[in-house]
Design a protein around this ligand. Structure first.
Ligand SMILES: *[C@@H]1O[C@H](CO)[C@@H](O)[C@H](O)[C@H]1NC(C)=O
Ligand SMILES: *[C@@H]1O[C@H](CO)[C@@H](O)[C@H](O)[C@H]1NC(C)=O
Ligand SMILES: *[C@@H]1O[C@H](CO)[C@@H](O)[C@H](O)[C@H]1NC(C)=O
Ligand SMILES: *[C@@H]1O[C@H](CO)[C@@H](O)[C@H](O)[C@H]1NC(C)=O
Ligand SMILES: *[C@@H]1O[C@H](CO)[C@@H](O)[C@H](O)[C@H]1NC(C)=O
Ligand SMILES: *[C@@H]1O[C@H](CO)[C@@H](O)[C@H](O)[C@H]1NC(C)=O
Length: 392
């Protein structure tokens, strides 16, 4: 019986494949590949700021913000895509729409699968957040799916602020990032509400207790933003990356240089030392990664594993195999076009496999769609490109 079922599924798959042609065949699953399309909006919208979550069974979910013709759109939604073959092929499975504000799910999504019960939510519940905005305000809202991202229910407003406006003195909230730690949900977000700080990073728990500062600068113009956090098990540390606008000055040509902090506890970043990432390009030039960073950690690469950071300006990524030692950053070609707020992912059961996921650039210079590259980071140690299928 089992083989009959398998044969049926195989025939169905062949039929599906035949119907789908002349679409090019996807790369073989569980391989490395470059710039595989997740979603092509065919010029009707710009898709950017992707976010990714791996589910317990290895399924990948990706979402992104979609910017249509108008900045404010009550129809704006986060499309949700699913891959069962480690990123080789993708299915559009749902749209996360705004169910409460009448403002749309405008930008800056976040995704996370619960691996333990939290409040009334069981393991396997998928949480999503994002910024719902209109000319009346910004709201970081939380949604949940109990059917593997097919349908979504509104859970709560996490934080709200003034209309989206990056001028100092304006009061919006931005860019949530979700993390479960110590049986609590942490929502990191950028908070421009405090007039003393212009903007600071804060995080609230599911019961949305008081705001805790992660990174607050006394200087009015310094608006740290775009927080992403990762765990580094061998160091028993957490790393937080963020961009720090430096106004008219620049750090090696970068106006939003990427900084990081290492802390024993992911709720205690405020006291940690800020460190700017500066990399030697091997030709004696210094490079400072710029804007919308992302960070992940892989077990591969030695005793301390490898910290991998992405920025907005280069196809490359920045790696550190020395436990975050400020003098030990390297730059590695990743082959996935530079883009606004690319996401990174290390496959849980294949620590060598690094996905770099990108959409459009902030200024709209990209092709507008969503794609990913999967690399084998071990190839870098031997001087390789990390990807056998690299074009050009
Ligand atoms: C998502 O929304 C778009 C635009 O309304 C629609 O074309 C598409 O079919 C929806 N996809 C799913 C899976 O619901
Ligand atoms: C903004 O608030 C005003 C006043 O309450 C209301 O009339 C208007 O419909 C609101 N706009 C949106 C997009 O919610
Ligand atoms: C943005 O905020 C600044 C500072 O509060 C304000 O002066 C400006 O009018 C705002 N811009 C818009 C488009 O509302
Ligand atoms: C940045 O440069 C512009 C033009 O030179 C100037 O008007 C502005 O005051 C400068 N801003 C800061 C923060 O120095
Ligand atoms: C690992 O990280 C620790 C803490 O930063 C550092 O002291 C040590 O030298 C690192 N080991 C290697 C092999 O880089
Ligand atoms: C990635 O793929 C898209 C869609 O085919 C294409 O438009 C774009 O030029 C590709 N980018 C690179 C860097 O190859």
């Amino acid at each position: 019986m089992r083989s009959a079922v398998a044969t049926f599924l195989w025939l169905a798959a062949q039929a599906g494949a035949a119907l789908a042609s002349p679409r090019p065949a996807p790369p073989a699953p569980f391989q490395t590949f470059t710039n595989r399309t997740i979603y092509d909006p065919h010029g009707k919208a710009r898709v950017m700021y992707p976010r990714v979550a791996e589910l317990d069974d290895g399924t990948l979910l990706v979402t992104a913000s979609v910017m249509g013709s108008s900045f404010f759109s009550r129809d704006a939604a986060f499309p949700i895509f699913e891959s069962k073959d480690a990123g080789a092929s993708w299915t559009w499975i749902s749209n996360l729409t705004d169910q409460v504000n009448g403002w749309g799910m405008s930008a800056q999504p976040a995704l996370l699968e619960l691996r333990e019960p939290l409040g009334k939510f069981k393991p396997g519940t998928i949480l999503a957040s994002g910024n719902s905005w209109s000319s009346n305000g910004t709201r970081i809202d939380l949604y949940a799916s109990t059917d593997r991202a097919r349908t979504w229910q509104f859970v709560s407003h996490v934080a709200q602020g003034g209309a989206p406006n990056t001028t100092n003195g304006a009061t919006p909230v931005w860019e949530p990032f979700l993390l479960v730690h110590n049986h609590e949900l942490i929502v990191y977000y950028s908070d421009q509400r405090d007039p003393l700080h212009g903007q600071k990073l804060s995080h609230d728990l599911l019961t949305w207790g008081p705001v805790i500062n992660d990174v607050a600068y006394a200087e009015y113009l310094a608006r740290p933003g775009m927080t992403v956090v990762a765990h580094i098990p061998p160091l028993r540390k957490w790393i937080l990356v963020y961009e720090l606008p430096v106004g008219n000055s620049s750090s090696y040509g970068s106006h939003y240089p990427v900084h990081y902090r290492l802390a024993d506890d992911p709720t205690q970043f405020d006291a940690a030392e800020p460190i700017a990432i500066v990399v030697d390009d091997g030709k004696g030039n210094k490079i400072a990664p710029n804007a919308s960073p992302y960070v992940v950690w892989s077990k591969e690469g030695g005793k301390n594993g490898t910290i991998v950071v992405s920025d907005a300006d280069r196809a490359a990524v920045y790696i550190n195999r020395a436990g975050g030692d400020p003098g030990k950053w390297e730059i590695k070609d990743a082959g996935q076009a530079e883009a606004y707020s690319r996401a990174l992912h290390v496959f849980e059961k294949r620590q060598e496999a690094l996905a770099v996921i990108g959409g459009d650039s902030f200024d709209g210079n990209g092709w507008g769609g969503l794609s990913l590259t999967v690399l084998d980071v071990r190839e870098w140690w031997g001087g390789g490109k990390g990807c056998k299928e690299r074009r050009a």
